[in-house]
Every structure is written in structure tokens, then in C-alpha cells.
Design a protein around this ligand. Structure first.
Ligand SMILES: Cc1cc2nc3c(=O)[nH]c(=O)nc-3n(C[C@H](O)[C@H](O)[C@H](O)COP(=O)(O)O)c2cc1C
Length: 266
């Protein structure tokens, strides 16, 4: 098989320019490119290699998963898994049996998965592909388990849509909290009210300047009371706050879902 060549090899250029892409060209991702991206994913540091992944290029599967938020023009759909099933097989081969705290194993698995995902997204950019993550994977774990034959004690953490980005999609670099609000030297820093408001302003004005919510007509309704915030002020801080006002997983708790898929928290 020929070896794929990245179109960028300047890591900082890739990191600084990355933004989520949600519309892709009808152009398939060659095997060598996909293999290079997957390999780059697994070059991430690991705690115990508790991450495996399922991927598909099957148009029907991609279509069937659209109700969970998969973008229709996705060319490769990836579900990184926390995989204790595979790990236990390795242990068994070595004559050991698993007797570990599943909450800690899940935590280690999440650490491994996060790093693999970060590498996958950057490697994809390096090969000229775009991506977007999908947070709903755990909510639809039952469907994914069935579709991809995922065994017990392996669990999808997130989804990742990949493809060559459609240049017609309007994307912008989204703002982030200022570094002083996110990175603390030597000692955790509780922001003063002024610092808090300044950090929130960076996010809110950044999203307002990009017309993000008005363009998409995205607004999470309030549970009670009159909603007096209109699109001239509805921005990221209000949006992310409203997301956490109530609820959680639509079908019971995540712990219950994990129990159903073979994890043990007793
Ligand atoms: C764990 C995770 C889950 C996400 N889930 C979704 C999703 O379900 N749908 C979506 O359109 N974007 C999703 N995103 C993308 C974020 O909206 C996006 O990364 C964020 O708005 C910042 O924009 P940027 O990636 O362009 O910098 C997700 C991102 C992460 C890290």
C-alpha cells in the first residue's frame, strides 16, 4: 500500500487553524490516508491502551445514525471506545483475572480515549480533512452496540465525523476563554468578579461578532419565566449555562447505561 503524505506538517498551523467542519464533499477518504490518521490517533500517549475504535464508511449506517446527530455528508464515522473487554483478554492470556475498580478503569479509559481523539482530529487536519465530534454517542450506546457488534465492557465515548471539508461551508475560528482564566501558575486562581466578566465578555462578544446563534436560530428555551434575552445578547455564556440548568441523559443516568453494558460500580 502506498504511504499517505500530509499536506501540512506545521503542527502549530494545524492547531491554530482547526475548527469544526460539519459539511463534507462527496469524496471518499483513501485507505492510506485513513490508515495514517488512525495510526496517528494511536500514537498518543496512553495510560493502558484502553481505547479502541469502530469506524464505518458505509453510507447506510451513516444515514441510519443521522437522528443521533451524525452529519449527512460524513465520509468516515468513528466511535472511540473505552475497551475493558480487550484489556481483560490480554490479562487472561497472561493468566491474570481482572479485579480492579471499574470507576477508575473508566477514568483511565477516558484519559486514553481523549488523547487518541485529539490526535485523530489534528492528524485529519494535517491530511486536509475536517472533523466534528458528537457528544451523543453514550446516549445511543444501545443502537451502536447493535449496529457494530460491540461487546459488553466496551463503550462508545464520543463520535467523530470526518471528511474533506466543503469549502462552501462558512466556518470561523471560535473564541476561547482567555489564558489567564484557564491556566494558573503554581496555584489555582479564583477569578475576581471583574476577571470573570472579562472572560465571559471575550466568549460572548466573540460569538456575537460571528452571528453564531442568530444565524443558526439556536436558543435553548428557559424552563420557566419569560425569556427576555434576544439574539442581540444571546451568546455562548447564556447558551452553555442553559444547557446545564436541568436534566442530563434522556434515558436514565449514564451510570445505569454503563451498568447495562457490563460495568460494575458496586
Ligand atoms: C466532546 C464533544 C462533543 C461535541 N458534540 C458536538 C455535537 O454533538 N454536534 C456538533 O455539531 N458539535 C459538537 N462538538 C463540537 C463543538 O461544538 C465545537 O468543538 C465547539 O463549538 C468549538 O468550536 P471549534 O471546534 O470550531 O473550535 C463537540 C465537541 C466536543 C469536544
Amino acid at each position: 500500500m502506498k504511504s499517505a503524505r500530509p499536506i501540512y506538517d506545521n503542527l502549530f498551523e494545524v492547531i491554530q487553524n482547526r475548527r469544526s467542519k460539519r459539511i463534507f464533499l462527496e469524496k471518499s477518504v483513501p485507505d492510506d490516508v485513513l490508515e495514517a490518521i488512525l495510526n496517528a490517533g494511536f500514537r498518543a500517549p496512553f495510560a493502558a491502551q484502553l481505547c479502541s475504535l469502530i469506524y464505518t464508511r458505509d453510507r447506510k449506517k451513516i444515514k441510519d445514525l443521522q437522528p443521533m446527530g451524525v452529519y449527512p455528508t460524513t465520509q468516515v464515522l468513528i466511535f472511540p471506545l473505552i475497551d475493558l473487554n480487550r484489556h481483560e483478554q490480554v490479562m487472561n492470556q497472561r493468566g491474570h483475572s481482572y479485579n480492579f475498580d471499574d470507576t477508575l478503569a473508566l477514568w483511565l479509559g477516558l484519559q486514553d480515549v481523549s488523547l487518541v481523539v485529539a490526535n485523530l482530529t489534528l492528524a485529519a487536519e494535517g491530511y486536509g480533512l475536517g472533523s466534528v465530534l458528537l457528544g451523543a454517542a453514550p446516549i445511543v450506546a444501545d443502537e451502536l452496540v447493535k449496529m457494530f457488534n460491540i461487546p459488553k465492557r466496551a463503550f462508545p465515548v464520543v463520535g467523530l465525523c470526518l471528511g474533506y471539508p466543503d469549502p462552501a461551508e462558512h466556518t470561523e475560528i471560535r473564541p476561547r476563554y482567555p489564558l489567564s482564566f484557564s491556566a494558573f501558575e503554581d496555584k489555582y486562581h479564583q477569578p475576581s468578579n471583574k476577571e470573570l466578566l472579562e472572560a465571559m465578555k471575550v466568549m460572548d462578544e466573540g460569538y456575537l461578532a460571528q452571528d453564531y446563534y442568530i444565524e443558526r436560530q439556536i436558543k435553548i428555551p428557559l424552563l420557566k419565566g419569560k425569556d427576555s434575552i434576544d439574539y442581540d445578547t444571546y451568546s455562548w455564556c447564556e447558551h452553555i449555562s442553559r444547557k446545564f440548568i436541568s436534566g442530563g441523559w434522556s434515558k436514565g443516568s449514564l451510570l445505569d447505561t454503563l451498568r447495562k453494558h457490563g460495568f460494575n460500580f458496586d
